[in-house]
Design a protein around this ligand. Structure first.
Ligand SMILES: Nc1ncnc2c1ncn2[C@@H]1O[C@H](COP(=O)(O)OP(=O)(O)OP(=O)(O)O)[C@@H](O)[C@H]1O
Ligand SMILES: O=P(O)(O)OC[C@H]1O[C@H](OP(=O)(O)OP(=O)(O)O)[C@H](O)[C@@H]1O
Ligand SMILES: O=C(O)c1cccnc1
Length: 495
């Protein structure tokens, strides 16, 4: 998949960053702090779509990005010629030389793709020279924000689809070429069964699927001729779009051609409905198909579907056996950005000890969490029980089995002794060397589906999902509270 990056983006992606990252990098270098060891976390503050959970996604693309991270001659040439307001070069040659020889040397720990995750839990933890951590902020957010958003959307759609396949049909309405490719990949991780996006199929090894469009029907004298033509050209892959003129009439014509296919020892695989009342039409279509002996013929529905419409159609008893979902999935239509952030959480002192860093805000949701964090997931009876964010600087034997939600201190939970646990952040890079290999995409998809099974149904429901118990380990909560008080005192004092 790395070759995909090389072929689509022929030149380097290192400058795919906000310009202020480069000016700050210059500032760190000039101030002599560029090599100070620092720790940053990437996390989101709230689940998108009013969901009870999210799914971490995008790590393999992060790895691809990091593996090409290097200032190439062409990047340096570009930066060299940038002028400030005074018409002078912004960056001095020694700094550009430093960038030219910069070699990625950070540690990265990450939550694996397809993992269920909750607000404030780091998806990525980056530790290393301040300058490198800073330069990575924008691209890491770009990749993880979009991927996690779309995988979460797909998981929600798949979760209401009652084990019926969901096909991703979105490339025509996606946010540009990379938006479309990334969305196809992310949607597959979230449980979609295939994509109509053939390049995504080729690059990411996702099953490609499809029917035909209205223009196929319109290109022939009449609907019946168009169905016969398709049946003759592709007798093993016949799915007719039946709504070009009149849906139920279209179904009858599909049945006529289906009978012809039977005589050729072939099968009418399916029909697709793309307009009108999908509940009523699917039920009526099913009756017509069954009466004519086409009990196995599938009914695919499409038309601006989303998780709410699919859920409603199921409640209405719709006889749909496959869903085609495009626009609303690949654009995350109802909430088009995840809003994950990247915050400095600790910085090393000269003596090797760590100084905790915190960002204060009037909005408690925006106050960052200090420390070198890890996420511990507790299990009970094979279900997720609770998640604890703790500071790895806290001595092991001092970690308390109590978690407190920093946004609502009335939500605190005691972890029973019998709970098993797993730490979610896994080593991906150590001192700049990759120590993790991404699984195959199909394995990530399976893992994601299995993991969603371990979530209690109350957390998965679309409307007002139950709040999953997650929060800060007690010591970390206390540390954060005392730092907030300290910072407020310090910044409010006029002496
Ligand atoms: N029974 C149903 N219950 C709830 N929503 C439905 C039902 N049937 C269709 N929808 C959804 O309603 C929305 C609008 O459907 P509508 O029937 O107005 O479209 P349409 O008439 O086919 O229009 P167009 O031809 O522009 O696609 C779509 O998102 C569709 O998926
Ligand atoms: O509705 P989505 O979830 O995005 O699914 C993809 C849509 O793309 C096609 O529509 P087309 O571009 O032909 O437009 P139309 O059906 O709306 O006329 C297809 O018939 C679906 O309706
Ligand atoms: O193959 C299909 O049926 C398809 C593909 C893209 C968009 N809508 C439908």
């Amino acid at each position: 998949m790395t070759s995909f990056y090389k072929s689509i983006y022929k030149s380097s992606l290192t400058l795919l960053t906000d310009f202020y990252q480069l000016t700050m990098a210059y500032g760190y270098w000039k101030s002599g702090v560029s090599e100070k060891k620092s720790v940053f976390h990437l996390y989101f503050r709230k689940n998108p779509f009013k969901s009870g959970y999210s799914i971490a996604s995008g790590l393999e693309l992060v790895i691809n990005y990091i593996n090409q991270f290097q200032f190439k001659n062409e990047d340096i040439e570009y930066l060299k010629n940038l002028k400030g307001n005074d018409e002078k070069n912004i960056f001095e040659p020694e700094f550009l030389d430093y960038l030219k020889h910069l070699k990625f040397s950070c540690d990265i720990d990450a939550v694996e793709e397809g993992t269920v995750l909750f607000p404030n839990e780091p998806i990525l933890r980056i530790s290393g020279p301040l300058i490198q951590c800073q330069l990575l902020e924008t691209p890491l957010l770009n990749i993880i924000n979009f991927h996690t958003l779309i995988t979460t959307k797909a998981a929600r759609i798949v979760s209401v689809a009652n084990n019926i396949p969901v096909l991703e049909f979105g490339i025509r309405r996606a946010q540009g070429i990379d938006g479309g490719l990334s969305a196809s990949r992310a949607a597959y991780i979230g449980g979609c069964s295939g994509t109509s996006n053939t390049l995504a199929g080729k690059i990411f090894d996702i099953p490609v699927k499809g029917t035909h469009s209205h223009s196929w029907v319109m290109a022939f004298e009449n609907e019946l001729d168009s169905f016969y033509a398709l049946a003759k050209v592709m007798p093993n892959n016949v799915v007719f779009l039946v709504d070009t003129y009149d849906t139920l009439n279209g179904v009858k014509k599909a049945i006529e051609v289906g009978n012809w296919l039977k005589k050729q020892n072939k099968k009418l695989i399916g029909i697709r409905l793309d307009s009108g009342d999908l509940a009523y039409l699917s039920i009526e279509a099913r009756k017509l198909l069954d009466q004519s002996g086409f009990k196995d013929t599938i009914i695919i529905a499409s038309n601006d579907l989303n998780e709410h419409i699919i859920s409603s159609l199921n409640d209405q008893g719709a006889a749909i056996t496959s869903w085609g979902v495009g626009t609303q999935l690949v654009t995350a239509f109802d909430e088009p950005a995840l809003g994950a952030v990247y915050k400095l959480a600790a910085i090393q002192n000269i003596d090797g000890t760590w100084k905790h860093s915190i960002k204060i805000s009037e909005q408690s949701i925006k106050i960052s969490t200090p420390g070198i964090l890890q996420v511990r997931r507790f299990y009970k009876n094979n279900y997720f029980f609770a998640d604890m964010i703790f500071d790895t600087l806290t001595e092991k034997n001092e970690i308390e089995p109590i978690i407190i939600d920093p946004e609502d201190i009335n939500r605190f939970y005691k972890i029973p002794k019998e709970c098993e646990f797993e730490d979610l952040l896994k080593p991906i890079y150590k001192n700049g060397v990759q120590v993790y290999q991404s699984p195959k995409l199909i394995e990530t998809r399976e893992k994601c589906l299995k993991m969603i099974d371990k979530l209690h149904s109350s957390i998965k429901r679309l409307l007002n999902p139950h709040h999953y118990p997650a929060g800060l380990e007690k010591n970390l909560f206390d540390l954060k509270t005392s730092l907030i008080h300290k910072m407020k005192d310090k910044n409010n004092s006029f002496s």
